[in-house]
Write a protein that binds this ligand. Sequence first.
Ligand code: SF4
Length: 250
Amino acid sequence: MEKKIAHFTIDNKECTATTGVSIINAARENGIFIPTLCHYEGVKPAGSCRVCTVKVNKRHLTACTTPVAEGMEIEVDTAELNDLRSSVIELLFTEGNHYCPACEKSGNCELQALAYRFGIMAPRFPYQFNERDVDASHPKIYHDHNRCILCKRCIRIIKDEKDLPAGSQGRSIFAFNQRAKKVKIKLDDRLGKELSDELAQKAMDICPVGSILVKETGFKTPIGQRKFDKEAISLDNSINLKAMKEAHHE
Ligand code: SF4
């Protein structure tokens, strides 16, 4: 079936994309960066972080879960929306315990990179100092719950696909445990034991913060020479765009 092309505007710029593509991807195809923390190209969107909130015909919607359609008037880069995104990022800093200078992911962390992009010096909200633990019981990874932003990337992406027929959906190795304020990410007791080195590394790489870290490696790339140490997070260097290119073997 022939793909239908939608004509729409983003911040008054005329754009086109295949109808049904998410606004976040349609924007990227048109050279426009919409920040996000939970979205990951090629994976079903969760809409959990709300950082990609845009206005569509004056209504607030998440760009990762909203498909683009003919005639949409989309606002992305406005003072109101950037303040909203900044407040979400600030809340994440106050809700978790983020000690950037001591974090192995510093310079490769998307939360930190977005904070720099939005010029956040200190959150406008009070720190909550929630008690969180560090789980070092797994032989391959540390799980630092202080830094987890509950984006669900690990749940949606790290799957056990061993011995499955091609094309079938693997089982999630990570899952939510407990509820409300106590909710945290946990490794499946059985599947977690079989976590391969490759999947452990992938889990660390897709985690937008430093919550999942591979054991026995550290500072392979010195601080100051990491991805976001060199340039601000943008359309060109976001992990999602890299993933998109890899998925399409570009
Ligand atoms: S561990 Fe990382 S990838 Fe998983 S939910 Fe927390 S922040 Fe997201």
